[in-house]
Design a protein around this ligand. Structure first.
Ligand code: NAD
Length: 487
């Protein structure tokens, strides 16, 4: 079946579910709108999955698993490499869909993130081929460890950076030999549909790769509660993770969660201040809709004024605009509801007596929110302790290194941290003292895909990246044969 398709700005996108290798509709749909032109009406009407859709997808994934999970690693790797090549070949369409759907900067998508998505599949294809089973002799036994595919995996993803984040979670699940059911976010479902379509040409067997569209509390909840599912991997908010965690516990299903962040960006007096200020102002990138962002600026009190002067210069130069325009640096926010939620944080900060140093208002003519900097009255202020997920930073000063570490580690989150210093010794000392899954010193966002990725505290459960994700998606088996017992 070909399924329904919708033309969005010259790219036609499937708007149904992909189940068992077929496009399948639902009686209901939900609408997605473009943040670039909200009042223009719906961009697409997308199939709205329900409990029946979830059941059908798990049944198809169970059949798909029987085939895909039995293939050798070279055969799986070949299909994944083919998918990576198809992603590269369709970069323009994927970039445009993402830009129209959730306002991601089109140039960034085209030049960086689509390629990173393809690299996720290549990296995991290579990792499974290179994997050697651990083997050793001990206690009169020859031992070895086998990674068995676990079964159908549900992959639930958020609306920010949806294409790249989806590939990052789907690639290890598929590489491990699991079939997948991908449920993208309802605010940005379209690039996932293009990806699903490419899997048909890449040569996955029917049911190995399934896409289900719909609302989280409806089809998402039904998927994670299905007893046929053997792995759940989720990226999103801590609140949703709690619901999914309950469902995973009910069926005793391993579950990873990549959740929100409230990272510090620490500037020591011995750092390259201009580089630090530039990077700090760039935390407004993607309108602050970045889990890894260093949203709490912690600056040595002795350099506060000098830092602020440079920060203001860089922040003043940021260009807010339409995400299709290559000159634009800051895109509109994803949805009016999210912009209003961000504004709610700022209004409560005002009422709390926190000082708004810059911004603090939505733009009247677009879904932009002004890049905002707040100096809180205390470290307990809501804007310091809660993830805002918008272009809102806080500014606090510290007296010495231990004060900086104390402030940095003082929220319930622990996803990432950024440190600026010119001292290698301080970099290692502070880096080791920070409670975060990722710490960058004098840089940001670069990561080798084989390095572990994940959060401490309420920022997550488990680690993705490299072999960490492959082990999560596998059932490890230890085989033991008594020495000299067979020939
Ligand atoms: P969200 O939790 O609202 O939704 C995420 C996904 O979960 C969506 O697909 C949604 O439909 C689905 N969902 C919602 N309720 C569900 C339920 N009951 N059962 C099953 N699925 C359900 O998050 P969001 O607003 O889309 O994303 C923003 C959040 O994601 C922020 O907190 C951000 O920090 C976090 N995030 C984390 C990372 C990371 O790697 N740590 C990366 C990106 C985003």
């Amino acid at each position: 079946m070909t399924g329904r398709r919708t033309d969005i700005g010259g790219v036609t996108v499937p708007v149904d579910h992909l189940i068992g290798g077929e496009w399948v509709g639902s009686p209901d749909t939900f609408e997605t709108r473009s943040p670039l032109d909200w009042d223009a009406g719906p961009l697409a009407h997308v199939a709205r999955g329900d409990a029946d859709t979830a059941r059908a997808a798990v049944a198809a994934a169970t059949e798909g698993f029987a085939v895909w999970g039995s293939w050798g690693v070279s055969q799986r790797a070949e299909v994944m490499h083919r998918l990576a090549d198809l992603i590269d070949a369709n970069a323009e369409e994927i970039a445009l869909a993402e830009t129209l759907d959730m306002a991601f900067l089109q140039e960034s998508m085209r030049l960086r993130l689509v390629g990173r998505g393809a690299l996720n599949f290549r990296t995991y294809a290579d990792l499974i081929v290179a994997h050697e089973e651990r083997e050793w002799d001990a206690k009169n036994l020859h031992n070895w460890v086998q990674r068995m595919p676990a079964g159908p995996a549900v992959v639930i993803t958020p609306w920010n950076a949806p294409f790249m984040l989806s590939t990052w979670k789907l690639a290890p699940a598929l590489a491990a030999g699991n079939s997948v059911i991908h449920k993208p976010a309802e605010w940005s479902p379209l690039s996932a549909a293009l990806l699903a379509e490419l899997t048909l040409d890449a040569g996955f067997p029917p049911g190995a790769y399934n896409l289900v569209q719909g609302i989280g509390e409806e089809v998402g909840a039904a998927l994670v509660a299905d007893p046929g599912v053997r792995r759940i991997t989720f990226t999103g908010s801590p609140g949703t993770a709690r619901h999914i965690g309950h469902a995973a516990a009910e069926n005793i299903v391993p579950f990873t969660a990549e959740l929100g962040g409230k990272g510090p960006l620490i500037v020591f007096a011995d750092s390259d201040l201009d580089a630090a200020a530039h990077r700090a102002a760039w935390q407004f990138d993607d309108s602050g809709q970045v889990c890894l962002a260093g949203t709490r600026l912690l600056v040595d009190a002795s350099i506060r004024d000098e830092f602020m002067k440079k920060f203001d210069e860089h922040a003043d130069a940021l260009v807010l605009g339409d995400s299709r325009d290559p000159a634009t640096q800051i895109a509109p926010m994803v949805h009016p509801d999210h912009r209003d939620a961000v504004h709610g944080f700022v209004e409560r900060a005002r009422a709390n007596g926190d000082t708004i140093l810059r911004g603090g208002q939505p733009r009247a003519d677009s879904l932009h929110y002004e890049p905002t900097l707040i100096e809180p009255t205390s470290n307990d202020s809501e804007v310091v302790q809660q993830e805002i997920f918008g272009p809102v930073l806080t500014l606090q000063t510290f007296d010495d290194e231990s004060d900086a570490i104390r402030l940095a580690n003082s929220t319930a989150y622990g996803l990432s941290a950024i440190v600026f210093t010119g001292s290698r010794e301080r970099a290692e000392r502070v880096g080791r003292a920070l409670r975060a899954g990722l710490v960058w010193v004098n840089t940001f966002l670069v990561r080798d895909l084989t390095a572990p990725f994940g959060g401490c505290g309420i920022s997550g459960i488990g680690r993705e990246g490299g072999d960490h994700a492959l082990e999560f998606h596998s059932d490890l088996k230890t085989l033991m044969i008594l020495d000299d017992s067979c020939h």
